[in-house]
Design a protein around this ligand. Sequence first.
Ligand SMILES: *Cc1c(COP(=O)(O)O)cnc(C)c1O
Length: 389
Amino acid sequence: MPKRENISQLNSWVEISESNYAHNINFFRKLVGTKVELAAVVKANAYGHGWREIAKLAARHGVDSFCVHSLEEALRLREQGFTQDILVMGHVPLNRLKIAIANRLRLVLYNRETLAEVENIVKESEIPALFHLKIDTGTNRQGIDAGDLYYFLERFRQTTGLVLDGIYTHFANIEDTTNHDFARQQIQKFKEVIAQVNAAGFPAPKIHTACSAAILLFPETYFDMVRLGISQYGLWPSRETLVSYQARHSVAGKAILRPTLTWKCRISQLRTVPAHQTVGYGRTYQTTRESRIAILPVGYSDGYDRRLSNQSYVLVRGRRAPVRGRICMNLMMVDVTDIPDVRLEEEAVLLGKQGAEEISAEQLAAMIGTINYEIVTRINPEIPRIIVP
Ligand SMILES: *Cc1c(COP(=O)(O)O)cnc(C)c1O
């Protein structure tokens, strides 16, 4: 894990604020209480924040377990010594199920083929297979239809070593709207399924439904466990979620969540470009005056989206420096003409706060027609993540 002392040697890096992360986790722990399992979703390199760093902070600040997408993500956590429960929410190839079970992972179940394969594996193994049965309640993505429930329950009943460890569902339309009727319908459907599982006499599997938006808005979605993704990192799932939350809690304007990620780099060259010259590939920007241009060692291969060309700005000395010309693969150019005394290797902030200014994931997302999730998850995993106080 890269150390704080080494920041001076880096061209580009991501800082993770431990105090902000702890603040967010404490907020969610208060919200859900101590009886609900608080699972941190750390898929996609912990939403770009660095899976190793975030898993360490999560464990330190009272998260109970982890959710990931792939088997590989789960095995990496195990290799790093994380012994917490880990739910693998994505498909595990049939020929990898044995290793998944050997590592005592919780596996999502949504198809008969997986079940058939695991029935063979548990016959020859002492280690139980822990499944979380995923019910599709209207997203029409991954999951089984409620009508298939009895088929699966019967197989659990008949096979020793096959454990129904949990049952869950996922909402289709909780972030994108302030109208939550569809989410309520999904909860209703899911509750009917749970009633059937209870009636069939299964010993209390873990029941869960809630992603960040549901945790923030609907206590009735908590059940036994919540799957906290984006908001552990201090980001709102959407503007609609923020508006809905503020309407319910009359806390307009109050900073409830604290973003934990700051993406920084060092200016790698400074040059003076005369008036009426163009900057960069395609000559898309022309100076209107003699300009001081700073070259930054970050480009689209680092996850700084090329559609931000001539659109966004970075922060230098607490002020906005507009991006000039096209974002290149590994470099970009910004205008620091109006920021005095900028020096070589000085810090620039690509995402986050500097002084009184901030460039947020939501602002960058709005500039290119996407969501904050995509902005942070696409920061190249090779860029060092460094925990700061
Ligand atoms: C990614 C994911 C989550 C977390 O969602 P957030 O909106 O980031 O909180 C929860 N559940 C499932 C099934 C997911 O895939």
